[in-house]
Design a binder for this molecule. Structure first.
Ligand SMILES: [Mg+2]
Length: 323
């Protein structure tokens, strides 16, 4: 495979990775880790006797994470890779109201903060002013959907950071959420580029960026408080909780990604319990970029629902953008 084909394969791998992670995590959401089946038995279909969190949702179905990520991807493709915040926000509204990008158009697992922000949008507020700004508004709802910015990226690190901040504004406008989105995007971007030490390089790039932008002193503060103390050490399981708090999600995904095997990354993310679909979605995006669509487990790819309905045409859009 030449470099361009390999890059394309890994862009598609990131997209499938996040959707597979989300879908695989859905049946286990809200459980304490000790209530989950054994690591080796975690799949789309849980082992007999385990009660699925959403009994009416068929195994292999992505949730709000996947649908919102596809809304972002669709909007980016429509604007030749440019982020049009109003268009993206309207796409999120179409998901919330009509099941746009949701498998079978079934909307479930909607975050409270996202619902409140989308209500503001429908009341006529500009997309950039709909996101929660309180410190308690730092759920993982903007982090879980941000990866398509990386998958279609062509520009500089600075542009990627700024777009990551911006896409968060629609639902999660606090500097901490924006910072986590930017760090995840840089991490994924360096994974895609096969940069040495992708996480450490992302941390370095973001720290330098904030340090040179006096207007972003809140972002720098959030980085120093939430990320810097853990930035350059390898995480232990006991450092991670798998909750829906954006910083926990990022740390939990990084812990899961310490494994080199795609399925093992997803299973480790789920094994933390709680917000299993989103932790696995965030980790799955990274793991998918690392291995590429062609090397993802075939049964997980074929078992993912909603491909004919939404996904295949978007994959074609990515191919056309890079060939
Ligand atoms: Mg979800």
């Amino acid at each position: 495979m030449n470099r361009d084909a390999d890059l394309l394969d890994r862009r598609l791998g990131g997209l499938y990775g996040l959707l597979i992670g989300d879908a695989l995590g859905v049946p286990y959401e809200f459980n304490e880790p000790e209530c989950l089946p054994s690591l080796e038995s975690l799949g789309y279909q849980p082992p007999a006797g385990f009660k699925r969190t959403y009994p009416n949702i068929a195994p292999g179905t992505w949730s709000d994470d996947g649908a919102q990520a596809l809304c972002l991807l669709e909007s980016l493709l429509k604007h030749q890779g440019r982020l049009d915040l109003e268009d993206f926000a309207q796409s999120l509204w179409a998901w919330y109201q009509q099941g746009h990008m949701a498998v079978d158009r079934l909307v479930f697992d909607v975050g409270i903060q996202s619902a409140q922000s989308l209500q503001l949008l429908s009341d006529g507020h500009p997309a950039s002013q709909c996101g929660g700004t309180h410190e308690r508004s730092n759920g993982n709802g903007s982090l879980m959907r941000v990866l398509p910015l990386v998958l279609l990226h062509r520009g500089s690190d600075t542009e990627l950071i700024e777009r990551a901040h911006q896409q968060s504004l629609v639902t999660h406008a606090h500097a901490r959420s924006q910072m986590c989105c930017a760090l995840y995007c840089l991490w994924a971007w360096y994974e895609l580029q096969r940069t040495a030490e992708p996480w450490a390089t992302a941390v370095q790039t973001l720290e330098t960026y904030y340090a040179t932008k006096p207007l972003l002193k809140d972002h720098l503060h959030e980085y120093q408080q939430c990320i810097q103390p853990f930035a350059l050490k390898s995480l232990n399981r006991s450092d991670c909780t798998g909750t829906g708090y954006v910083v926990d999600s990022l740390h939990s995904a990084r812990w899961a990604c310490q494994s080199g095997d795609f399925l093992d990354v997803i299973r480790r993310a789920i094994s933390l319990g709680h917000d299993t679909d989103t932790t696995a979605c965030i980790a799955g995006g990274i793991a998918g970029i690392r291995c590429g669509l062609s090397r993802l487990p075939k049964d997980l790819v074929s078992g993912l629902r909603g491909q004919e309905e939404w996904l295949l045409s978007l994959c074609e859009g990515i191919r056309e953008a890079f060939l």
